[in-house]
Design a protein around this ligand. Sequence first.
Ligand code: SF4
Ligand code: SF4
Length: 399
Amino acid sequence: MQYRLVPKNGDTLSALGFGAMRLPSKRMGIDEERATQQIRSAIDSGVNYIDTAVPYHSGESERFLGRALKDGYREKVKLATKLPPWGVKTREDMDRILDIQLKKLQTDHIDYYLLHSLDANHWKKMHGLGVLEFLDAAKASGKIINAGFSFHGDRKTFKEIIDAYDWIFCQIQYNFLDEMNQAGTEGLQYAASKNIAVMVMEPLRGGMLAGKLPKDVEEIYDRAKTKRSAAEWALRWVWNHPEVTVVLSGMNDEKHIAENIKACETALPGSMSTGELATVKAVAAVYNRLIKVGCTGCAYCMPCPFGVNIPQNFFIYNSYHMGGSRLFTRGMYGISLMGAMGTKADASLCQNCGKCAKACPQKIAIPEELRKVRGTLGGLRTKLMIPLVKMIFSAEIKE
Ligand code: SF4
Ligand code: SF4
């Protein structure tokens, strides 16, 4: 196993982290026997960072990990979970939720505790409710060891949050299609320049970069001198960055777990050749040709006076057209319609005032494109998913 250093605390973490959000399932729940075996065997192979959160498996992921990490496995790993801003209304809620999480995880401390899915709105809300004082107090009491945050907003907000506290780590979405989205490469480098460890989520962009590939992508990989799976190409590209500490993979298949562990051993920073990087660049170009709206996620168009999260709309709309699971993309839009992950992405809130389009450096006809987003993603099929999404995001109140 390859290990990477957390600059501020000296921890050495496995460059591959186990994300407990897509565990194997059975009869609508987690397949406990299989998932426990997978996690324990990954730990036996050197994985020492496990990441979960309240909404994963409708609140059951944390509870499951409490059981799966018995028999001495808890002591072998650094455990990460997250405070859900959508479940917090008061400063007291933060303590209450953390105590519930400790109980569910059957532990007296969380090694790496994150504010979940910050964007400008969630950050403003949590900061206003006193979250930094909460983190100080939770660290002082020993209930959490290291404080961090996961992020899905714009780069300007990312830097603002990075500068606002003595974070040990952060977690960003990063893969070869998201260099310019959300925190992006600029955010990755900014965090690293401040000695903040960076955990990467969605290295395969929700499975899009490893599932059914566009024909042109398959051909590029087939022509490459080095033969490896699409998943391995994508993971290696992320590991190639020296600023990255842990790459999280939501694993649920024994064969994939073994492949990821094996690839991680040799995927050192700077280990990809110029030719290999050119292969990934060519693949990214194919995906980028499938993009419908050339939005770079800069957020100069924000805030919208009517509450539309413009870049998030385009991010999901583009993902929908770039392959991968359309069910997954609809689910993402359903989450956004509720505002569960920050500002609402709901395209139908647009009142066509034109303010945003004037600010867009890419000259995107934003209101017009939002109408297309609404037409594609705002239909009945997405709305039918909302009760399920609601159930998932209300999980935090149950013990
Ligand atoms: S045109 Fe629509 S999306 Fe743009 S600022 Fe106005 S209401 Fe918001
Ligand atoms: S729509 Fe334009 S201004 Fe808004 S985030 Fe995208 S590129 Fe930036």
